[in-house]
Design a protein around this ligand. Structure first.
Ligand code: ZN
Ligand code: ZN
Length: 277
């Protein structure tokens, strides 16, 4: 399985030059199965350049599977500008964990309402858009990938995903998770134990967490300890704070690698990076 990073930033877009190394686009990943099938994770602003790329591909009947962690705006804001929504003979299937709050389809409909968009209504899009909900801790076949949703600790319904391809290599995507509730966190540790690669929320430093406790994000330090508890082979810190310019992330990276690099391979995930598991 290949994982291409189209956006690794959390909270909001950060287009300034001082953010160029880790990237300014918000969350979006492209997963490619060894059989060539594709899965998109989240529709942050990173889905916009991804959409431009795939709109150029020649394909009579297009089908895109989008796996959504939650509906906070940094995970959704690219969708109204995802070019395939305007293409005919195109299906977009949005998969997500089962929400307790407003149905995910209603949230997507609002994105195109006249107050936000010249499209006026989602019904004016050329693509056929459908929604598919999944029960937590059950495994589903999503475009050839085995996908298991596991709830995170966040401020709205949010799911991490365990994703496997045929060869049973595993990728874990745990973005937007605060490590504070032992029941939720232990379930995640158990579910993602032994993964080949995990991307994990690492938005904050310890000092910032003091002011932002309850906002649903992890410190880099706590995230790395979670990775060690999961015994993952490769651990990627993800959902970088827009308060952290490249120099700040580089300095956090130096500190973390000097403390933990012997025990687990650790990366600070950057936009444009390609991972293979
Ligand atoms: Zn987020
Ligand atoms: Zn969020």
């Amino acid at each position: 399985m290949q994982i291409r990073v189209w956006g690794a930033r959390g909270s909001y877009i950060s287009p300034q030059k001082s953010y160029a190394l880790y990237g300014g686009n918000t969350t979006c990943l492209e997963l490619t199965h060894q059989n060539g099938n594709r899965l998109i994770l989240d529709a942050g602003s990173g889905i916009i350049p991804f959409g431009r790329k795939v709109a150029m591909e020649e394909d009579e009947n297009r089908e895109y599977h989008l796996l959504l962690t939650h509906t906070h705006i940094d995970h959704l804001q690219g969708f109204p500008f995802f070019l395939p929504i305007h293409l005919r003979k195109t299906k977009i299937i949005i998969h997500c964990g089962r929400w307790d709050v407003t149905a995910v389809s209603k949230t997507f409909e609002r994105l195109f309402a006249t107050q936000y968009s010249p499209i006026k209504t989602i019904d004016n899009l050329s693509a056929d858009i459908t929604f598919s909900e999944m029960d937590e801790l059950s495994t589903y076949n999503v475009n050839g990938f085995d996908v298991t949703p596991v709830r995170t600790q966040h401020t709205t319904d949010t799911f991490a995903y365990l994703i496997k391809d045929n060869s049973q290599t595993s990728f874990g995507f745990i973005t937007d998770h605060e490590i504070d509730d032992p029941i939720i966190n232990n379930r995640l540790i158990e579910s993602f134990s032994g993964c080949n690669l995990v991307f994990h929320d690492g938005q904050l430093d310890t000092h910032e967490y003091f002011d932002q406790k309850g906002w649903g994000h992890s410190t880099v330090e706590k995230a790395v300890r979670n990775g060690l508890d999961m015994s993952v082979a490769h651990f990627g810190l993800f959902h970088h704070s827009p308060d952290h310019q490249d120099t700040v992330i580089d300095s956090m990276k130096r500190d973390i690698l000097s403390d933990y690099n012997e025990t687990m391979k650790i990366s600070f995930v950057a936009e444009g990076q390609l991972f293979e598991v």
